[in-house]
Design a protein around this ligand. Structure first.
Ligand SMILES: NC(=O)c1ccc[n+]([C@@H]2O[C@H](COP(=O)([O-])OP(=O)(O)OC[C@H]3O[C@@H](n4cnc5c(N)ncnc54)[C@H](OP(=O)(O)O)[C@@H]3O)[C@@H](O)[C@H]2O)c1
Length: 298
C-alpha cells in the first residue's frame, strides 16, 4: 500500500484530498498544526477527516525543525499549503514558498516518487500578486528538483463562491467588473479526484476547472435564486476597485495585496479545461440545508 503525505489537510481542498486519497487505497499521513481541527468540519462544507487519517505529523512549515523526517516512508506528497488570510505575522513567501520548499527538501532526502502541488489558474498573468508569485516560485523549484511532479492550477473553488450566496441572502450581490467574464469554479471533491489521478498521469502541469462555465452575472443569479431573493446586483467597475486597492495599500499592505488578487483575477476569464460533476446550484442548496457529507462521495 502506498502512503501519501497531505500538507494543508485542514484546509478546504486538503480535507477533500484526504478523503479522495484514502478512498483510492492510500495510507494517509497528514501535516497539521492542530489535531483538534481534524475531527471538525471545515469551511464551505468541507468534511471532517479524522476517520480517514492513519498518521498525524504535527508541525508548522514556518518552523523547519518541526518537519524533520516528515516524508520518511512517504511515496506521494500532496501540498495545498497556503496562507490564505492577511492577518498572519508571516508573508506568502514564508509560507507558500519557503514552507513548501522545506517539505520538498525533506522529500528529496527520502524515497518520494511524486509531488503534487496546487497553484492558481492564470498564474502567469498574476505574478505581480505576492501570493501567486510565491506559489509559482515554488513550482519553478519543484520543476528543477528532479523529482516527478504535477503542478495543478485550478480556477476558483466552490468555497469562495459561498460569499455570493451570503450576499444574496442579505439582499444584494456585489460583483467586481461588469459581470460578463466567465469562470468554471470547481468543487473540492472534484479537484481532489483530479489530484489523485495526477499521481499516475504523466502531465507535469494541469489547468483545471469545474464542469459548468458561468458568467459572473449568472453566478449572482444562481445565488439569488437559491436564496429565494430577487436578483439585485451591483457591479463595481474594475478601475474603481483598483483605485480602492491603491488607496488601501499605504495603510493595510497585506490586505491590499489580498484584495489585489481578487481584483486582478476578476479582470480575467477563468475558464480552464473542465473536470468533475458537481454543480454550483446544488452546492448552494447544500450550503442552505447544511448537508456536508453527501459532497464527499467520490
Ligand atoms: N480558494 C480558491 O478559490 C483557490 C483557487 C485556486 C487555487 N487555490 C489554491 O489552492 C490551495 C488550497 O486552497 P484552500 O482554499 O484549500 O486553502 P485553505 O483552506 O486556506 O488551506 C490552507 C492550508 O494550509 C495550512 N497552513 C497554512 N499555514 C501553515 C503553516 N504555517 N504550517 C502548516 N500548515 C499551514 C492551513 O492549516 P491551518 O488549518 O492550520 O491554518 C490549511 O490546512 C492554495 O494554494 C490556494 O492558493 C485556491
Amino acid at each position: 500500500m502506498k502512503t501519501v503525505l497531505i500538507a494543508g489537510a485542514t484546509g478546504y481542498l486538503g480535507r477533500y484530498a484526504v478523503h479522495a486519497f484514502k478512498h483510492a487505497g492510500y495510507r494517509v499521513r497528514v501535516l497539521a498544526r492542530s489535531e483538534q481541527k481534524l475531527a471538525l468540519p471545515g469551511a464551505g462544507l468541507a468534511p471532517a477527516i479524522s476517520d480517514c487519517i492513519d498518521e498525524i505529523h504535527i508541525g508548522d512549515v514556518t518552523q523547519p525543525e518541526t518537519l524533520r523526517g516528515i516524508t520518511n516512508g512517504i511515496d506521494v506528497v500532496f501540498s495545498s499549503i497556503s496562507m490564505m488570510g492577511a492577518k498572519s505575522k508571516h508573508t506568502w513567501h514564508d509560507v507558500d514558498y519557503l514552507g513548501n520548499l522545506t517539505i520538498l527538501n525533506e522529500a528529496r532526502k527520502t524515497d518520494v516518487a511524486k509531488f503534487v502541488f496546487i497553484s492558481v489558474f492564470n498564474a502567469a498573468k498574476l505574478m505581480h500578486v505576492p501570493m501567486v508569485k510565491a506559489h509559482e516560485d515554488f513550482a519553478a523549484d519543484l520543476a528543477a528538483s528532479g523529482l516527478a511532479y504535477t503542478v495543478i492550477r485550478p480556477t476558483g473553488y466552490f468555497s469562495d463562491m459561498g460569499a455570493l450566496l451570503q450576499m444574496a441572502q442579505s439582499g444584494r450581490v456585489y460583483l467586481l467588473g461588469d459581470g460578463t467574464l466567465r469562470i468554471n469554479p470547481i468543487h473540492g471533491a472534484d479537484l481532489a479526484r483530479v489530484s489523485v489521478d495526477a499521481v499516475t498521469m504523466g502531465a507535469s502541469d494541469i489547468d483545471v476547472g469545474g464542469p459548468e462555465v458561468h458568467a459572473w452575472d449568472d453566478i449572482a443569479a444562481i445565488a439569488c435564486a437559491a436564496a429565494g431573493q430577487p436578483p439585485k446586483v451591483t457591479r463595481i467597475p474594475l478601475p474603481l476597485a483598483r483605485a480602492g486597492v491603491g488607496l488601501l495599500r499605504p495603510f493595510k499592505r497585506r490586505m491590499a495585496q489580498l484584495l489585489d488578487f481578487f481584483v486582478s483575477s476578476a479582470a480575467l476569464e477563468s475558464v480552464a479545461p473542465q473536470a468533475g460533476t458537481r454543480r454550483l446550484a446544488d452546492h448552494y442548496d447544500q450550503l442552505l440545508a447544511n448537508r456536508p457529507l453527501e459532497a464527499v462521495a467520490p
